[in-house]
Write a protein of this length. Structure first.
Length: 252
């Protein structure tokens, strides 16, 4: 009879190495203040909207995003990447520090819809990416998830971003990224409208989906003093956003 001890030892080792998810606060971390922006996409688009990456349009009273840069496009030399694959991104110029974002979303074929905060004036990280909250759905496994990422002090920090291109530094990068993101299983319902709330206060982000707290991260980069832009991304075909509201916020 084969001994199960080696298998148990391996399983124990993997369990010890697995990242521990932070506890999700049951109550809101944010006190809503002034309404900074609202759009139900029923009229003329607000002038503060900025096209970042194709393709977004207003359709049937909602903002519809479809990823058109699906694959890398090579240059004439056949080796250099001229245009990288990228999610569709629509930007919104509403500068502030702490806020609450409320909207309805639908993943109607999309694999991801996210809310991102950037500061294009900050040069310490790639493209001024500060933090983001993503709602994801894997059509193969039929599982949904919410991922929250500190990009300023995580994967978009200039030194780490450069190191990621060096396979020899993979382990070093992994250590630097510990605690900079968290992924939680969530009840994502493709083809259905769901309410999404993203609270950003100090160094914390809390995510609520259909009234249920589903994600939380506390990480230093989130506390960046000035987020100059919100960006809404869609990966895959296609994702919708509607009834968007952005409030200023303070800690409760």
């Amino acid at each position: 009879m084969l001994s199960l001890l080696p298998l148990l030892l391996v399983a124990t080792a993997f369990a010890a190495d697995a990242p521990k998810l932070p506890a999700i606060p049951a109550d809101s971390i944010a006190k809503k203040g002034e309404l900074l922006f609202a759009d139900d996409f029923s009229g003329t688009p607000d002038k503060r909207w900025v096209k970042v990456v194709d393709t977004f349009k207003v359709a049937d009273g909602a903002l519809l995003g479809t990823q058109t840069r699906v694959k890398d496009v090579l240059a004439k030399d056949g080796k250099t990447v001229a245009i990288k694959a990228h999610a569709a991104v629509f930007g919104l110029e509403v500068p502030n520090k702490d806020s609450v974002v409320e909207c309805r979303i639908m993943l109607d074929g999309a694999s991801m819809v996210d809310v991102e905060l950037d500061d294009r004036n900050y040069t310490g990280c790639h493209y001024g990416h500060i933090c983001r909250a993503q709602v994801r759905y894997d059509a193969k496994t039929k599982k949904g998830s919410v991922q929250i990422i500190d990009e300023k002090d995580g994967g978009m920090r200039n030194d780490i971003y450069t190191m990621k291109n060096d396979p020899a530094k993979k382990a070093e990068v992994a250590k630097l990224l510990v605690g900079r993101s968290a992924t939680f299983l969530a009840d994502v319902k493709p083809g259905e409208w769901q309410t999404l709330v993203v609270e950003i206060v100090d160094d914390q982000i809390r995510v609520v989906l259909d009234g249920k707290p589903v994600g939380y991260l506390k990480s230093s980069g989130i506390a960046h003093a000035t987020k100059t832009r919100y960006e809404f991304g869609v990966a895959g075909q296609s994702g919708l956003i509607d009834d968007l509201k952005i409030y200023s916020a303070s800690a409760k």
